[in-house]
Write a protein that binds this ligand. Structure first.
Ligand SMILES: C[S@@+](CC[C@H](N)C(=O)[O-])C[C@H]1O[C@@H](n2cnc3c(N)ncnc32)[C@H](O)[C@@H]1O
Length: 239
């Protein structure tokens, strides 16, 4: 699907025309448009695929005798869920055609940060009382001079904000004290990238915490070492 409401490719639209059934994954990434508008655009009914349908009832999607289109926001293989669905379709002997598109994993290039210099990507889950998941902090530490992209958890309509993600990293720093992340750490936040509402801001964690960013979804990036061209582009987004 790409990131914008109308970014679906010509070739994917051709596949839609031939489809017996169309599903839209609303589990791994939110669709940033109006579903009925998309239905009008494609001229077909769309079935929303939530977590239950995608993860537990995939047989309802993978109907071997039919031509099925499974729409994914962004690019297909930037969530493990879809490799799993691909495998299950293969196991059933279904023929698969993938149409690639822009992903949040590549759209972050608009920040000026070189995609070649990103390290491992990490997800930050919603904080749960009494338990802290340290993985994002450990990934940041491991990435050293490379840039770190944090995808932020979403549960149905609720999305973790970049500022909540900063709070999570600060709270882990308080426990581990390994000087991996502090209020002075430079951060970049991308909101609703690839849409009309997109916003990119860059500043120290402390500065971003004072800003109210209410355009969703969001990702948080902690840049590693910066080339002067990266610094120059980032300066356009400084708060
Ligand atoms: C599993 S990832 C998305 C994978 C998607 N298939 C792709 O290729 O972009 C979902 C997370 O990416 C981030 N995200 C997705 N779309 C975004 C956008 N347009 N702008 C900013 N962040 C986005 C959010 O943090 C969201 O929770």
């Amino acid at each position: 699907m790409g990131l914008g409401e109308q970014d679906i490719s010509f070739s994917a639209r051709e596949a839609v025309k031939k489809a017996d059934k169309i599903f839209l994954d609303v589990y791994t990434s939110p669709f940033l448009g109006d579903v009925s508008h998309l239905e009008n655009l494609l001229g077909k009914e769309i079935i929303l695929a939530d977590r239950k349908l995608v993860e537990l009832e995939s047989d309802k999607i993978l109907d071997k005798g039919k031509t099925i289109v499974f729409l994914v926001v962004g690019d297909v293989f930037s969530a493990t869920t879809h490799s799993d669905l691909w495998l299950r379709a293969k196991e059933k002997g279904m023929e698969i055609k993938v149409f690639h598109n822009a992903s949040i994993l590549t759209a972050v290039g608009e920040t000026g940060l070189s995609l070649y210099k990103f390290g491992k990507t990490a997800s930050i889950p919603f904080p749960r009382e009494g338990s802290i998941i340290e993985t994002p902090y450990l990934v940041l530490k491991e990435n050293k001079d490379a840039h770190t992209l944090f995808l932020l958890d979403l549960k149905e309509e609720v999305m973790l904000t970049a500022n909540e993600a900063i709070e999570v990293l600060l709270s882990i720093e308080k426990i581990k004290r390994e000087r991996v992340f502090s209020e002075k750490t430079l951060c970049v936040v991308c909101c609703a990238l690839g849409t009309e509402r997109q916003k990119i801001v860059c500043g120290k964690a402390k500065e971003l915490l004072k800003k109210k960013l209410n355009v969703f979804p969001q990702v948080l990036i902690v840049p590693g070492s910066l080339h002067f061209v990266e610094e120059e582009v980032l300066s356009f987004y400084r708060v």
